[in-house]
Design a binder for this molecule. Sequence first.
Ligand SMILES: Cc1cc2nc3c(=O)[nH]c(=O)nc-3n(C[C@H](O)[C@H](O)[C@H](O)COP(=O)(O)OP(=O)(O)OC[C@H]3O[C@@H](n4cnc5c(N)ncnc54)[C@H](O)[C@@H]3O)c2cc1C
Length: 401
Amino acid sequence: MTSVATQKSVQAECALWLSENWNPELSLREWRELLVDSGWAVPQWPSQWMGKGLPAWSEKVISTELHRVGAPGLPTGVGMSLAAPTILEHGTDDLKSRFLRSTLTGEFSWCQLFSEPGAGSDLAGLSAKAVRDGEEWIVNGQKVWNTSAHHADYGILLARTDSSAAKHHGITYFVMPMKQDGVLVRPLKQMNYHSSFNEVFMTDARIPAENVVGDANAGWTVALATLAHERRFGNIVSRPKVVTGGRAVQEALHEYTEYMETYKWYPQRAGRVDLLVPQLTEQELNEDPIHRQRVAQILAMQKVSGWTADRARTARELGHPPGAEGSVGKLAMSEIARLASMEHGRIAGAMGMLNGADTPVNGMVAEVLISVPGQSIAGGTDEIQHNILGERILGLPREPQ
Ligand SMILES: Cc1cc2nc3c(=O)[nH]c(=O)nc-3n(C[C@H](O)[C@H](O)[C@H](O)COP(=O)(O)OP(=O)(O)OC[C@H]3O[C@@H](n4cnc5c(N)ncnc54)[C@H](O)[C@@H]3O)c2cc1C
């Protein structure tokens, strides 16, 4: 890499590498291994850890190049969005060597084991316990709402390791192998009939001592890093682009379809703003001034929220750590989803409660109405985002504990 990398020089160097190395006939795993070993998979990571030490903007430049030639990029999900960046920031070299590469190539899949029946917003009140036993930790307790735990290889787990310490101390952050006798995963059925998250019961589950991220009893700081990554918004998963056939592309499409099986209700959770105008047209309400006004307001809010997301993305690309702007974006998404679901309900009327092919947009309105509440809960509720903004941006006194 040249000494002063510009977006143009990075783009040109990556394009050259792709022209020499992109081979759709490889398996997806082989292709990703090649990409990871070249440093182009995560160019913004340090060169010691599979990156090129380039500025954060390089991530976008490379994904655009990969998209241009139709080459699959990295896997999506908790592994890439939460586990890998947290391990990169807080893990030992041993953890980085054992987990980062296999997460980038898609060999390991992950889930997040934070929430408990009695600890969601008040996460530091968690009660799952881990006790050190020689070279292992033994974990007992229950987690809940754990998306994708039913097929994850590893979980990022918070457990109490010192009950005598104050609530935010005495918590340790672990990487727990999910495929073991001590871990029971039970899928939950949601009111929208999907089943994307689970209850996880740990009964004498075992974790190697070297799987602690950060220091024992100092896991809260590490958890905050993960939560900040979770509030980053704009991680839209798009279908791999098909420019050519080939094994890698087919396998990427298959991976995407499987992934979306868990997340296929997420667009409904976000309010399906895209269906508002088609619904107005279908019901011949395009001329109605009240509906027009409401739909225009929602579309305008979506546009503004997109600009806020762009600003946050640019800040990230410039290397700023994830900050409170994630809370602004998350709140905006909740508000837009709520307004859109109300408007869908008003347009469809009583028919909006029905499911089936002969109902408005094939039952999609009904699914929107019962999926939207999840938007203001997942990844920290609206009230918690308000608290974060009040304290960190407005400088209000801290909430009484
Ligand atoms: C779609 C989805 C996916 C999820 N995936 C995962 C996952 O993969 N892994 C995982 O660990 N968890 C996951 N969760 C769980 C999620 O993180 C929690 O549901 C969330 O943190 C809220 O916790 P809770 O459900 O216990 O609600 P509670 O914390 O009990 O909150 C109940 C109500 O009280 C309000 N409240 C609580 N505290 C305050 C306060 N201090 N000030 C003002 N109001 C307050 C809340 O805003 C809420 O309205 C997921 C949730 C959803 C909906």
